[in-house]
Design a protein around this ligand. Structure first.
Ligand SMILES: Cc1cc2nc3c(=O)[nH]c(=O)nc-3n(C[C@H](O)[C@H](O)[C@H](O)COP(=O)(O)O)c2cc1C
Length: 223
């Protein structure tokens, strides 16, 4: 092959390669554009399903995801950054609050929870959003693995009394798991503290126009 022929061939191959790259990048971008709204919709549907599970049917008539307030960082919630709570309403009146809560002292680190509290201070339900506890031991906090988490339903700051808010091994009212006390102990403590948070903030949380809630020390922090 002569030199000009080789140059022509190299140029042709380079152009083909470039064209291929442009087409591939274009296809990926189009696919992403087409699927992004569906992914967002699927995530929203999953979140709605979880939020709706936490409150009894008929106890609210608003869209929970469209009714959020930003909570400042507060030791009682255990979150490291400000997070949103969901306010349930029935005929415009706040009927419950779903608080984002973190138990920092799980066996394998943080356990992220949603704690639903009715306006009367009773727990409507608790669910685990994310955790790293050991399968077969600490993961019984998941509803998919055991009904243990339902043990909080209907409980409140005064029922059981202060001393009852512990696992049975610590002379409280809540079961621990066989060979795994650390995980349920952390969750019981976090739920108890969430009830204390609600007690301290229920006026702001349940006020019709609330948009932000200060922390328990009175400072509004986003740290
Ligand atoms: C590999 C391994 C994984 C464990 N995972 C957990 C766990 O996820 N949650 C838990 O509470 N305990 C777990 N344990 C058991 C704890 O170390 C501890 O013995 C147990 O929670 C009982 O705590 P207590 O002595 O305070 O009652 C695990 C132990 C081992 C050896």
């Amino acid at each position: 092959m002569s030199l000009p022929e080789m140059s022509r061939s190299m140029l042709k191959n380079s152009l083909l390669l470039g064209l291929f790259a442009v087409v591939t990048v274009g296809l990926v971008a189009i696919t992403q554009q087409l699927t992004a709204p569906r992914i967002v919709a699927a995530e929203r549907a999953a979140q709605t399903q979880l939020l709706n599970q936490l409150l009894p049917a008929g106890s609210f008539d608003n869209l929970l995801q469209d009714s959020q307030v930003t909570l400042a960082v507060d030791p009682l919630l255990g979150n490291r950054s400000s997070k949103n709570a969901y306010i349930a309403r029935l005929s415009g009146q706040p009927s419950a609050v779903i608080l984002p809560v973190t138990a920092a002292d799980g066996y394998s680190g943080a356990i992220h929870l949603l704690v639903a509290i009715k306006a009367n201070g009773q727990l409507a339900g608790v669910r685990v959003l994310k955790h790293k506890e050991t399968p077969g031991l600490g993961d019984k906090i998941e509803l998919a693995k055991s009904a243990w988490i339902h043990g909080f339903d209907g409980k409140s700051l005064s029922d059981p009394a202060e001393s009852g808010w512990a696992v049975k091994k610590d002379l409280g009212q809540f079961d621990q798991f066989a060979g795994a006390t650390i995980t349920p102990r952390a969750v019981v403590k976090a739920v108890h503290q969430a009830l204390r948070y609600f007690d301290a903030h229920q006026r702001e949380l349940l006020s019709p126009g609330s948009t932000a809630v200060e922390n328990s020390t009175g400072r509004n922090s986003n740290g």
